[in-house]
Design a protein around this ligand. Structure first.
Ligand SMILES: NC(=O)c1ccc[n+]([C@@H]2O[C@H](COP(=O)([O-])OP(=O)(O)OC[C@H]3O[C@@H](n4cnc5c(N)ncnc54)[C@H](OP(=O)(O)O)[C@@H]3O)[C@@H](O)[C@H]2O)c1
Length: 229
């Protein structure tokens, strides 16, 4: 079903975004990947150096995607993200600002730049990476990151309504712990972590529902019965 579709994936230099890029390419999509550093790009994916916090950089990304895809786009996956887990009262404000600029503003900038290309294609799918940490209640030490992902949820809910008339579906994908460089930088390895390929599987599920079925939010949790804690 994804054969020949045109996709932009941000945050694809490693982790979940890289797994999503590999998977979509495997499904036959044409892929443009965006991040500050160039990761190992799968197959024929084109990497456009991009800082999603910067409006000019995002404009250049979608100009390049428009050129590669003859002015049309079917899929945007917003995976670019950063995570700092500190108690809010003492949190370094530069880290807080970076999370808001990357996770919230970066997601919105990419959506805004993608919409004209999706309208030209007659519709499309936008998947924004949220997190199970955005679910209630957000616990101690997770307030800044949780707030940024709850903002992603809120924007995505509004965008789903705003863009429905254009045939553009907006989804959030919210995994718990995923084995990626982000996760490994924060915590010791844990057997409940899922793999980045598990998240890519869920993303393909989202993208391949019948057009009349909207899966707006998908949460991925570890199943406790499979782990001895
Ligand atoms: N890992 C988890 O347990 C988990 C769980 C739930 C949700 N998530 C979310 O899933 C997404 C991917 O996470 P991950 O674990 O794969 O993280 P990761 O391994 O750290 O990868 C993050 C990606 O985001 C890119 N990025 C960061 N800042 C950027 C910027 N300003 N402009 C462009 N790209 C930027 C990085 O590339 P460059 O540094 O090269 O720019 C990298 O490709 C994030 O939104 C994260 O919040 C992760």
């Amino acid at each position: 079903m994804l054969q020949g579709t045109r996709a932009v994936i941000t945050g694809a230099s490693r982790g979940i975004g890289a797994a999503v890029a590999r998977r979509l390419e495997g499904e036959g999509a044409r892929v443009v990947v965006a991040s500050r550093s160039a990761g190992p790009t799968a197959g024929g994916a084109t990497h456009v150096p991009t800082d999603v916090r910067d409006a000019g950089s995002v404009t250049r990304l979608f100009a390049a995607a428009g050129e590669a895809f003859a002015g049309r786009l079917d899929i945007l996956v917003n995976c670019a993200g950063v995570c700092y887990l500190e108690p809010l009262a003492g949190m370094d404000l530069a880290q807080f600002d970076e999370m808001m600029a990357t996770n919230v503003r970066g997601t919105l900038l990419c959506v805004r730049a993608a919409v004209p290309l999706m309208r030209a294609a007659g519709g499309g799918d936008i998947v924004n990476m949220s997190s199970a940490l955005a679910a209630r209640p957000i616990t101690a030490g997770k307030g800044g990151y949780g707030a940024s992902k709850r903002a992603v949820d809120a924007m995505s809910e509004a965008l789903a309504e705003e863009l429905d008339g254009d045939g553009i579906a907006v989804h959030t994908l919210a995994p718990t712990w995923v084995d990626t460089p982000m996760r490994r930088a924060l915590f010791a390895e844990d057997p409940t972590w899922m793999s980045d390929d598990d998240v890519a599987d869920a993303l393909v599920f989202l993208l391949t529902r019948p057009a009349k079925v909207a899966v707006q939010a998908l949460r991925l949790l570890p199943r406790a019965r499979y782990y001895q804690r």
